[in-house]
Design a binder for this molecule. Structure first.
Ligand SMILES: [Zn+2]
Length: 268
């Protein structure tokens, strides 16, 4: 199985991201997408991808850090333009398979919303320009992001809604546009409505992820998450879909390969 969203470079792993990956391989994880969220983490992702053939990288600026690209009124500034150029250069590396994580986060609202919108629009344009898909981070902003993305336009290679938390309307919107849903540890939480959304979408539209070091699945809540726990997500998804885990693994691996590695069709 492939962890489609992980942050092996985070300080929580104390610089031992490659050891964390090795533990995950021993638990059956055969690929990792290490996701950038600002310039340093994007560079770190590219370095990790250079160190192991089963690690790929994304580069991008998270909505929390949108002020690095735009001002509070939503205008790109000179430093932001330089940062976009640096991201474009990094994205030329063939091991960089997507732009992300990008999006809107109105839950924490760590950046002014106009800046978040401008950062998202600029990076959707970047993804189209470099011919890569996107990794979206969306929190408490579903009603806004759907029309926003429809207006800006999705890059031709499409993308994934990481840590999916939308409702039925968002599932239908995403599937109609060829977006995949990233499903992680939240699917194991008792209060979550995510299992209903997983069933609505169907396996061919799902990718598995841990978002480690965050969002640990049950029974590890409160701990630092690791990609070695991806099997708990896989088993839960298989249970919801009443499929055997091996089939879910094949479908989600094929979905990852089709989206990010631009190879093959999306069926196993
Ligand atoms: Zn993330």
């Amino acid at each position: 199985m492939i962890d489609s969203h992980v942050h092996l470079d985070r300080h929580e792993f104390g610089g031992r991201g490659l050891e964390v990956a090795e533990r995950a391989r021993a638990a059956g994880v055969g690929g990792f997408l290490n996701v950038g969220y600002d310039l340093p983490s994007s560079r770190a992702s590219v370095e990790l991808a250079a160190a192991a053939p089963d690690i790929w990288a994304t580069v991008g600026v998270h909505p929390h850090d949108a002020l690095q690209l735009a001002d509070a009124e939503g205008r790109l500034h000179a430093e932001g333009r330089a940062l976009l150029e640096a991201l474009a250069t990094l994205a030329g590396n063939p091991r960089v398979v997507a732009i992300g994580e990008i999006g809107l986060d109105f839950f924490r609202d760590l950046s002014p919303r106009p800046a978040q919108r401008a950062a998202l629009a600029a990076q959707l344009e970047l993804a189209a320009a470099v011919g890569k898909p996107v990794v979206f981070h969306v929190r408490d902003a579903w009603a806004e992001i759907m029309p926003f993305v429809d207006t800006c336009g999705l890059p031709p290679r499409r993308g994934v809604l990481h840590a999916f938390s939308g409702d039925e309307a968002v599932v239908d919107w995403a599937l109609a546009r060829g977006l995949r849903l990233g499903i992680g540890g939240v699917v194991t939480y008792r209060q979550s409505r995510l299992p209903e959304m997983v069933a609505r979408a169907g396996v061919e539209h799902l990718l598995l992820e841990t978002d480690a070091p965050w969002l640990p699945p049950v029974p590890h809540r409160g701990e630092c998450n690791e990609p070695a726990r991806l099997g708990l997500v896989l088993d839960r998804v298989a249970g919801i879909l009443q499929m055997n885990p091996g089939d879910v693994e094949r479908w989600t691996d094929a979905g990852f390969t089709a989206l990010f590695l631009d190879r093959g069709d999306a069926s196993p």
